[in-house]
Design a protein around this ligand. Structure first.
Ligand SMILES: O=c1[nH]c(=O)n([C@H]2C[C@H](O)[C@@H](COP(=O)(O)O)O2)cc1CO
Length: 159
């Protein structure tokens, strides 16, 4: 009986993603050009690595929803989610004040952070983000979307 239970729980662990809380950052007011990329990354995160607390960032309708909320309430809510998360994944190709702010706050909270930048989009990444890379708690990686699964696997193997 005990053996049966333990092998069942081993099976469950293999088939369902770990229960990490992941805060995904992506541009909203900064521009929604990369929404489809956010959606793809969020799907990969949800399927393999845990619960994404900020799924709205990948949704097509995200910006139109916000008029329902007071900015101060949104700020408090999102900082609360940031505090609660186990790891931050930020797509930083499209510059966004909000995303830069979230990364700065996550840093002072001691969160593990992965920043993903696509050089082929023809933009350049602020040194204030690129310079955060320490190879341990903050990883800043140039990538293309086809490499994302491998990069996420490597990041979450130590988190
Ligand atoms: O409705 C929202 N939902 C939301 O998730 N955010 C957070 C998460 C995003 O990573 C970030 C986007 O910032 P910005 O709107 O400055 O591009 O802010 C921000 C807003 C405010 O629009």
């Amino acid at each position: 009986m005990t053996r049966e239970l333990s092998s069942n729980s081993a099976l469950n662990e293999m088939s369902s993603p770990p229960q990490r809380k992941i805060y995904f950052c992506g541009s909203i007011h900064g521009g929604r050009q990369d929404q489809k990329i956010y959606e793809t990354l969020i799907l990969e995160l949800k399927q393999k690595y845990g619960k994404v607390l900020t799924e709205i960032v990948g949704e097509k309708t995200a910006p139109s929803e916000e008029h329902k909320y007071v900015p101060g309430d949104l700020h408090r809510t999102y900082l609360g989610l940031l505090q609660e998360c186990d790891a931050v994944v930020a797509e930083v190709t499209q510059p966004s004040l909000g995303v830069g702010y979230e990364i700065g706050r996550a840093l002072t909270m001691g969160k593990k952070i992965l920043c993903l930048f696509r050089p082929d989009a023809g933009k350049s990444l602020s040194c204030m983000i690129r310079g955060l890379h320490d190879g341990k708690n903050v990883i800043v990686r140039d990538y293309s979307i086809k490499d994302a699964p491998e990069i996420l696997a490597e990041f979450f193997s130590s988190c």
